[in-house]
Design a protein around this ligand. Structure first.
Ligand SMILES: Nc1ncnc2c1ncn2[C@@H]1O[C@H](COP(=O)(O)OP(=O)(O)OP(=O)(O)O)[C@@H](O)[C@H]1O
Ligand SMILES: [Mg+2]
Length: 330
């Protein structure tokens, strides 16, 4: 059974058309990640699924039931936001149990669920603390715990880790992956972070200007982008785009990922280095080919400096071609 089906969902605020004919499915137990530029409608889509906003048209079906008119609390979902908004006057236990008390769950059930969630999230030692006495990462775990105890059929996460520092993000990312495995629940996760999208997702949905641009596994989208937008959006640093005319003849655009460019004395791309980023394990070389900036991601450390003239090559089967409208050519 599918956990969620959206069929031709539209959402307008006044005359601003934000979501345009969104059709997609989330399978039971699937981890789906929404990505797309700021303002493309990711949060609005989550809010429509949660019932915090009404769809202007289209159908929302959760676990086999049409829920367009079902209030948020009855949809079997739990949402975790970027601004985790814990209740400051309640301790961790109080924050985690509030919704269950409102649902009038028996005391034994509440205790068992809080015990399970706090064990999974390493919060057992913090149950009596107040939010102001916790680190950012601990607060975010409480917000996730608050969702887990409700045992939802579907979790909705809106950039839950974006307030955390890099190390904590990585730990929490791994915790979320483990949690998904342990709970076997369906999850929808919005992020701007490439690594989170690529590593957490069973399926990525790329949104652009309120529409679904492409859907697929992370590797399908990376290896087989349908168009120039998806090709440029997934992958970090982004794919390089060069006019075909620069490499011979033609009117199309050639796309080459930074990791597919390599140094070669007789390579076809003559470039002048404009900037070098030495990352230790990798070296990003930003260079100009005529007026076009390209980035090459070279493995390991290289003695390359600004102003240097280099030649790059690439394997023909690593190059993508796009027409003037940005559609992929085979
Ligand atoms: N209540 C509202 N009234 C009017 N317009 C709104 C409302 N909420 C969102 N919008 C508009 O809808 C569009 C999508 O907003 P949304 O918050 O869904 O984007 P997003 O993809 O989550 O962006 P970000 O990555 O910055 O969080 C934006 O243009 C936004 O200004
Ligand atoms: Mg948002």
């Amino acid at each position: 059974m599918t956990a969620l089906t959206l069929t031709n969902v539209n959402k307008s605020f006044g005359n601003v058309h934000v979501l345009k004919d969104i059709t997609l499915e989330v399978e039971e137990g699937e981890f789906v990640v929404f990505v797309g530029p700021s303002g493309c409608g990711k949060s609005t889509l989550l809010r429509v699924i949660a019932g915090l906003e009404d769809a202007s048209s289209g159908e929302i079906n959760i676990g086999g039931q049409q829920v367009n008119l079902v209030p948020p609390s009855k949809r079997g979902i739990a949402m975790v936001f970027q601004s985790y908004a814990l209740y400051p006057h309640l301790n961790v236990r109080g924050n985690m149990t509030l919704a269950l008390k409102q649902e009038k769950q028996p005391k034994a059930v509440i205790e068992e669920r809080v015990a399970n969630a706090s064990r999974m999230l390493n919060l057992e030692d913090y149950l009596d603390r107040y939010p102001s006495e916790l680190s950012g990462g601990q607060r975010q775990r409480v917000a996730i715990g608050r969702a887990i105890v409700r045992e939802p059929k579907l979790f909705l996460f809106d950039e839950p880790l974006s307030n955390l520092d890099a190390a904590l993000r990585m730990n929490t990312r791994i915790e979320i992956a483990n949690l998904h495995r342990a709970l076997d629940a369906s999850m929808i996760y919005v992020t701007h972070d490439q690594t989170e999208a690529m590593t957490l997702a069973d399926k990525i949905v790329v949104l652009r200007d309120g529409r679904v641009e492409q859907t697929g596994t992370p590797m399908e989208l990376y290896n087989n982008p349908a168009n120039q937008f998806v090709a440029g959006f997934l992958g970090s640093p982004s794919m390089n785009f060069l006019p075909e005319g620069l490499l011979g003849s033609g009117q199309n655009t050639i796309g080459i990922r930074p990791e597919d460019l390599y140094l070669s004395d007789d390579g076809p791309l003559a470039a002048r280095v404009s900037h070098v980023e030495k990352l230790g394990g990798d070296t990003n070389v930003i260079a100009k080919i005529h007026d076009h900036a390209v980035t090459a991601r070279l493995f390991g450390q290289h003695a390359i400096s600004e102003g240097q003239e280099l030649r790059f090559a690439y394997a023909a089967d690593k190059a993508y071609r796009f027409d003037a409208a940005g559609q992929r050519l085979r």
